[in-house]
Design a protein around this ligand. Structure first.
Ligand SMILES: [Zn+2]
Length: 446
């Protein structure tokens, strides 16, 4: 599936240019000169460091939610963060408030937000075999941050920070009743294209990442291994790598260059010990234990896409039996049960997801919809309010808040919600529903 199907490359590029123009405008036309920390030369900069930090602080929790939340293993999160911090400390921008996390997407991806906020997916960590491979991917992202690549390349969505495009995408296909809930959950984890780096930027980030690895005591061969893993997966499961490759073009030329660079580093680093396999295996033990359950979940999503909802439900159920502590799998199970008309069971599964991970948008949203379907309006509103806090401004959340108000006889609150939905969405069953009600109640003329 192509995210921007129908968009030509030229259109995409002009979209980025417009994005930057919008940003310059938003900043009052300030385009200051900053010194590039890597090259030491002056560079046109569209945002001050302060603005960069603010953008990162604001966007990090949102993008974490959009990537299906955190992988719920605190020890692993600490481990990944400590490796990232070690590399960041020896980078060209050691003083940023870096943060590193593992998000729960099955895709193979890693991305850097402004200000040194960096995420790697569960899918990518699961594919790795040692700490040096992980350090290689994190070091590469730090390289982009250190060399200020993002200042020119972040897409409009990142800068606007509004994420309204995400809500729109979800709503185009969302049906009014619980049907389509699975598709909505999937779409809410949209793979936003964060940046499109050039080949030269990729080459520079590769070099920087490997240097940082060496300074932190890692065998830089780990990075070459990570690239080889990605190339290998691209042949086997290209769809899982789409967002990574769209921002980090990977070519055999890059792999060859990185391979050649290895001889520049001292022999004391180029040892199997400096790949640090044992510590990595220990830290990822739980992830590797639940990964087969996530594979079942992903098969269930595919079955759902192919219209086989019965098989999908079976796969989700089996996945929750294998990994009963994984909230995201319970969310999919709940959505599938809801679509199968098993209302009571569905709500129980959704509540299970919420109790395992109260701050996961997808769990709160699905629980909110299912509680509404079960006519438990107070409970539904509690979940939807939490969902609104986790990813603000999603029109489908506002829509279900309105449906609850309407069912509770709070017509004015309902009208306000439906009006807010119509301000964001003009087409599709949800917009039609809101429009009809507002006309019916005399808030709009038909
Ligand atoms: Zn890159």
């Amino acid at each position: 599936m192509k995210r921007f199907s129908g968009t030509t490359k030229a259109e995409a590029t002009s979209g980025i240019r417009i994005g930057i123009a919008v940003l310059v405008f938003a900043l009052g036309g300030i385009a200051a000169c900053a010194t590039n920390p890597v090259t030491g030369t002056p560079q046109l900069s569209l945002m001050s460091e302060q603005q960069e930090l603010e953008a990162g602080t604001k966007l990090y929790p949102l993008y974490t939610q959009l990537s299906y939340g955190l992988f719920q293993d605190e020890a692993l999160q600490d481990y990944v963060n400590s490796i990232g911090q070690r590399l960041a400390a020896v980078s060209h921008r050691p003083n940023l408030p870096y943060a590193f996390n593992v998000v729960n997407s099955s895709d193979l991806n890693a991305y850097a937000l402004p200000g040194g906020k960096i995420s790697i997916t569960r899918g990518m960590v699961a594919r790795m075999e040692n700490e040096a491979q992980l350090a290689g991917v994190l070091g590469h992202e730090i390289g982009h941050v250190a060399a200020l690549h993002h200042l020119a390349t972040y897409t409009r969505q990142v800068f606007s920070g509004l994420l309204s495009a995400v809500g729109m995408a979800a709503l185009q296909t969302a049906a009014v009743p619980a049907g389509g809930l699975i598709r909505q959950v999937g779409l809410l984890g949209v793979n936003l294209t964060l940046a499109k780096y050039s080949r030269d930027q990729e080459r520079e980030a590769d070099k920087l990442g490997m240097d940082y690895m060496a300074r932190a005591g890692y065998n830089p061969a780990g990075f070459v291994q990570a690239m080889a893993l990605l190339m290998d997966e691209m042949d086997r499961q290209p769809s899982l790598l789409e967002s990574y490759f769209s921002s980090h073009p990977l070519t055999s030329e890059r792999v060859a260059d990185a391979n050649q660079r290895l001889s520049l580093y001292g022999p004391e680093l180029r040892t199997p010990e400096a790949l640090r396999e044992a510590s990595f295996r220990e830290a990822t033990a739980y992830l590797r234990q639940v990964q087969p359950a996530y594979a079942l979940m992903d098969q269930g999503k595919t079955a759902m896409k192919n219209g086989d909802s019965r098989q999908a439900l079976q796969l989700f159920q089996e996945a929750t039996v294998r990994a009963p502590r994984e909230a995201l799998i319970w969310v999919y199970r709940a959505a599938a049960e809801g679509e199968a008309g098993l209302e009571e069971q569905a709500l129980q599964s959704a509540e299970r997801a919420v109790s395992l991970y109260p701050d996961l948008f997808h769990g709160r949203y699905v629980a909110g919809v299912l509680a509404f379907e079960s006519e438990d309006y107070t409970r539904s509103l509690t979940h939807l309010k939490a969902a609104e806090r986790l990813i603000p401004g999603q029109p489908q959340v506002t829509f279900y808040q309105g449906r609850n108000f309407e069912a509770m006889g709070r017509r004015e609150d309902a009208a306000r919600a439906y009006y807010a939905v119509l301000k964001k969405v003009r087409k599709g069953p949800m917009a039609q529903y809101c429009y009809r009600r507002l006309v019916q109640w005399g808030y709009l003329r038909g």
